[in-house]
Write a protein that binds this ligand. Structure first.
Ligand SMILES: *[C@@H]1O[C@H](CO)[C@@H](O)[C@H](O)[C@H]1NC(C)=O
Ligand SMILES: *[C@@H]1O[C@H](CO)[C@@H](O)[C@H](O)[C@H]1NC(C)=O
Ligand SMILES: *[C@@H]1O[C@H](CO)[C@@H](O)[C@H](O)[C@H]1NC(C)=O
Ligand SMILES: *[C@@H]1O[C@H](CO)[C@@H](O)[C@H](O)[C@H]1NC(C)=O
Length: 928
């Protein structure tokens, strides 16, 4: 019973067709099967190796965590051993860089550096987002363009292509994918294995590294879809989790909640501020595992409600500080050239951010930038008072506290219900943010500063992912996540039907079903956000409609019945299932048409053939559902029955379930990536990765070449006495000129450009090696020659000795008429081999005596060793030979006694023989 895939539950539950007929036998067999599967699972798991890579993709930094058996759950370190990666991708000409390297490029190549891309994910490029685009353009100095999906792409400022093919344009999803891809590589290096793309909720999730990506609680479907698309481009198939749920999971892991507790997570980050009301509790819950179902204590984490501000964030504060600096610059220099200079603005933004941190602990901050524009230096002092007044003037102060009151109102809770307010995010260290929270009525005593809050989301997302995998043996947690927007279905008459209520409803149940009776034709409806979400301004610039759905194939399925006028003999209904997956993106999971014959009617003609026919659709879905425990798991499929064609009346017929096709037409201003768009982007990313790989290889070979040239010059200049002795001056001058030529080529940038292939570099290296290798060969020969000569001489001597003795013995045997180990031919043949080798060695030794060190040697160590080994092998073979019963050909018959004496003599000779054997072995060892 070989089970290649660890399909524990399904295999155990479904005995195979070949199982014993008797139920007693099969029930006896099942525990055995279960045991086998268990054993299999424990053997297999370390090989399969499983784990979670989780990402907390922030506007300013990307944190990656790895959870893997045998490793302490931790964040993944970057190449420069940092715990987070700056969320930037930047280019310098054709070279792409990430993290610190990319940040460093931001002030030098602002138009080729892309920070804060999170702000643009899932946003549209139309006028609605003009403000965002202006802000971003000011942030970067690069050109934003619109894609045909209505999303945003950015064009690099520098056209580095020499053929004028123009600057690169990348979609936001692609640039985020590049960063996730880079983080993935770091995680894979840490994990010592590659990510295997698995599909959440399926069998495949047993094994391989899975991924989870956090999303802000307030993100709309378009934004969630965008990061999901980006992660897919980076080679993942992730789960999404809200950052509140992720942080809560991490914070709850070490605690038990005897009584339920309400906490408010206050998270003020780089691009936004949100507050989320979370309930923690511990409940016993029937839990299925490999051993069956039992009651287990679970930590329950429910994100009840959330409030947010898309304006209030660290970046907004940096921008306000930059404005102050720009004003000060204008005042002191009497010039407003700075605002138009992208590089200067990038430098000012970086300085503003530093000044903000200084102002967190001090009343004033000094800013000093050398060469802000050209060689103009800039110095200024900003006070905290000035800064806070500017924030107030922008009306931003209240935006830091309103998320708290919004979350409480939506969650129908009061401050006094809270156990604590947990601060998360770098911005909570800014005094004006703390002041704002205090002004909202949160007493300092309620505020909990969590030491690891910055990493809580990355790690928590990992723990959240692990909670779905029983093999990771985590403390059981159940997380009810949130999508704060109500989702409504609007039918063709404009009637609205709320599918999800939005906050305070949590999303433990991702599925919703709608059942329509008496449906005889195709129909459509629209899915979108509730009117109140837009009215409350919760959706900002996002539109309400998400997509139109067209439920098809009802007409075609019923056409035969309709034609026969039999429609009134059946009852029809349509069951549509909706799901928020990936979290927060609403899709139609499935739609089924159920056709029932009306009771009491006769079954003839069209009706009979309708119910007895088995449509392809039915077959497909039934088969698909029985061999995959997919998340779909349409129980409807189980109801599909083999219809009984012989049935006479409708009472004996069974309902027919037909899976329908649903076309969805995106309606928002931003469309998700189509399969074709994914493919185009994937190819682009692949090419970019390939270019990066080629560059790395080129660098590697360039370094090799450089090192070789360095060595050559040392050898040619007489740095090595033996080398000098072993080479002619002509050779050395050739090496000298070749190395200087290559050295010049390298220092003038040779091998750096895209047009030099690795093959070119390899060729250069090997042509240099061809000058040096023969000389090095001579040196090696010279070093090994005397040893090899000694061993050759000994082999000749030993063979000579053996031949003399063996000849004596053979002659004796012939004269005595006893048997002998050797025949005359054997010894003659050995004799001639010996002569050949001896002559060769005498000749080449004489020649070698006349050779200079810089000349090619007359004989090679290798050849001598080979000859010696061959000769000794022949001797050994002869020595090992058994003494035959027959006597040497020229001898006459002899007695038993003689043969006995022969064998005796051979055993007496044992001592001497073994000495000879030892000698040979030593020789052989020396050769090695
Ligand atoms: C699929 O449906 C069966 C019952 O038909 C149920 O036992 C099983 O748990 C379901 N699986 C999933 C993944 O929902
Ligand atoms: C619709 O289908 C779902 C599963 O796909 C099922 O749980 C639900 O009960 C069905 N509704 C009706 C009324 O049959
Ligand atoms: C399938 O049909 C058989 C007999 O025709 C009946 O006993 C059984 O209950 C049916 N199953 C379902 C799921 O309708
Ligand atoms: C020759 O004969 C002597 C005495 O029988 C024995 O010890 C010796 O090993 C033999 N030598 C060879 C090379 O067979």
């Amino acid at each position: 019973m070989a089970t290649t895939q660890p399909r524990y539950s399904s295999s155990a539950k479904r005995p195979s067709k070949g199982a014993p007929k008797s139920s007693a036998a099969s029930s006896r067999r099942l525990p055995l099967l279960a045991t086998l599967l268990l054993a299999l699972c424990f053997i297999v798991s370390p090989v399969l190796s499983l784990g979670i890579i989780s990402f907390d993709y922030g506007a300013d930094s990307l944190k990656t965590a790895l959870i893997k058996p045998g490793m302490t759950p931790d964040v993944v370190l970057t190449r420069d051993s940092k715990r987070k990666l700056s969320s930037v991708v930047a280019w310098k000409m054709a070279d792409r860089s990430f993290g610190t390297d990319a940040s460093n490029l931001a002030t030098r190549y602002p138009g080729d550096s892309f920070p804060d891309l999170k702000l643009l994910l899932g946003r549209s490029a139309d006028e609605q987002d003009q403000q965002l685009r202006d802000r971003y353009t000011a942030l970067l100095g690069s050109q934003l363009v619109s894609t045909d999906r209505g999303t945003i792409a950015a064009t690099r400022a520098t056209d580095y292509t020499k053929d004028g093919s123009g600057p690169d344009t990348h979609t936001v999803e692609e640039m985020v994918a590049m960063q996730l891809s880079h983080a993935r590589m770091l995680a894979e290096e840490t994990a010592g294995e590659k990510v295997k793309v698995t599909y959440p909720g399926t069998i495949g999730s047993y094994g391989g590294l899975e991924t989870v990506v956090t999303v802000p609680t307030f993100w709309t479907a378009a934004e969630r879809q965008a990061i999901f698309d980006a992660a897919t481009l980076a080679g993942f198939r992730p789960r999404l989790v809200s950052d509140a749920a992720a942080a809560a999971t991490s914070l709850a892991l070490t605690r038990n909640f005897a009584t339920p507790e309400l906490h408010l997570l206050y998270d003020s980050g780089h691009s936004a501020t949100r507050a989320s009301l979370v309930r923690f509790s511990t409940k016993s819950f029937p839990t299925e595992d490999l051993f069956g179902t039992s009651m287990k204590e679970h930590t329950f984490i429910e994100v009840l409600s959330t409030g947010w501000s898309r304006e209030a964030g660290g970046l907004a504060l940096d921008e306000i500080l930059r404005e102050i600096l720009v004003e000060k610059y204008k005042e002191s220099k009497k010039s407003d050239d700075v605002a138009k200079n992208a590089r200067a603005m990038a430098k000012l933004l970086a300085s503003a951010s530093k000044a903000k941190h200084v102002l967190s602990a001090n009343q004033d901050a000094r800013v000093s930038i050398e060469g802000l524009i050209g060689d103009v230096d800039f110095r200024a002092t900003v006070t905290r008072e000035e800064f806070e007044a500017a924030v107030e003037a922008k009306g931003l102060g209240g935006s830091f506290s309103s998320p708290i009151s919004d979350a409480l109102t939506r969650g129908e809770a009061k401050l006094s219900d809270l156990t604590s307010v947990i601060f998360i995010g770098g911005n909570t260290r800014v005094p004006l943010v703390q002041k704002s929270v205090a002004q909202a009525g949160v007493p300092a005593s309620l505020v909990a500063q969590n030491l690891n809050a910055d990493e809580a989301m990355a790690l928590g997302a990992g723990f959240y992912g692990a909670s779905f995998n029983p093999q990771l043996k985590m403390k059981p947690v159940r997380v009810a996540d949130i999508n704060p927007y109500s989702v409504v279905l609007t039918d063709s008459e404009g009637t609205e039907d709320q599918l999800w209520k939005g906050s305070p409803e949590t999303l433990e149940q991702e599925y919703k079903h709608r059942y329509y009776e008496g449906v005889y034709t195709d129909f459509g409806f629209e899915i979108g956000y509730g009117a109140e979400a837009a009215a409350e301004g919760k959706l900002d610039t996002f539109g309400r409609p998400l997509y139109r759905a067209e439920v098809e194939e009802i007409d075609t399925t019923l056409s035969a019945l309709k034609a026969a006028g039999d429609l009134n003999k059946v009852e029809t209904s349509v069951n549509v299932t909706f799901v928020q997956r990936p979290l927060g993106t609403v899709v139609v999971q499935s739609a089924w048409l159920i056709v029932k014959p009306k009771k009491g009617g006769g079954v003839v003609g069209a009706l009979r053939s309708f119910f007895s026919a088995k449509s392809d659709k039915e077959d497909d879905t039934a088969a698909a559902d029985s061999n995959s425990d997919s998340a779909t798991n349409d129980t409807a499929a189980a109801a599909v029955n083999e219809t009984t064609p012989s049935a006479e009346t409708a009472d004996l017929l069974h309902d027919k379930h037909i899976r329908l096709t649903v076309q969805t037409i995106p309606q928002g201003s931003v469309k998700p990536m189509s399969g074709a768009a994914q493919k185009v982007s994937q190819d682009k990313l692949y090419l970019a990765d390939a270019t990066a790989r080629r560059k790395l290889q080129r660098e590697e070979y360039r370094n090799k070449l450089e090192a070789y040239v360095y060595r050559m010059r040392e050898l040619a200049s007489g740095g090595d006495k033996t080398f000098e002795e072993s080479s002619t001056s002509a050779e050395r001058s050739k090496i000298e000129s070749a190395s200087s030529e290559t050295s010049e080529w390298l220092s003038s940038g040779g091998g750096e450009s895209d047009r030099t292939t690795v093959e070119d570099l390899k060729k250069r290296l090997s042509s240099l090696e061809q000058l040096v290798t023969p000389i090095e060969g001579r040196m090696v020969e010279a070093r090994g020659r005397s040893g090899a000569a000694k061993r050759m001489q000994r082999a000749l001597d030993l063979t000579e000795e053996f031949l003399t003795e063996a000849n004596t013995n053979l002659t004796a045997a012939i004269t005595e008429g006893t048997s002998s180990r050797y025949s005359r031919t054997d010894l003659d043949s050995l004799q001639s081999s010996l002569k050949g080798d001896k002559d060769w060695f005498t000749k080449v030794s004489k020649e070698q005596e006349k050779k200079k060190r810089e000349e090619e040697p007359a004989w090679k160590v290798d050849e001598a060793e080979k000859r010696a080994r061959k000769l000794l092998d022949k001797v050994t073979k002869l020595k090992k030979r058994r003494i035959p019963k027959t006597r040497p050909s020229s001898s006459s018959a002899s007695s038993n006694a003689a043969s006995a004496s022969g064998s005796k003599s051979s055993s007496a000779g044992e001592g001497k023989k073994s000495v000879a054997a030892t000698e040979e072995e030593t020789l052989k060892h020396e050769e090695l």
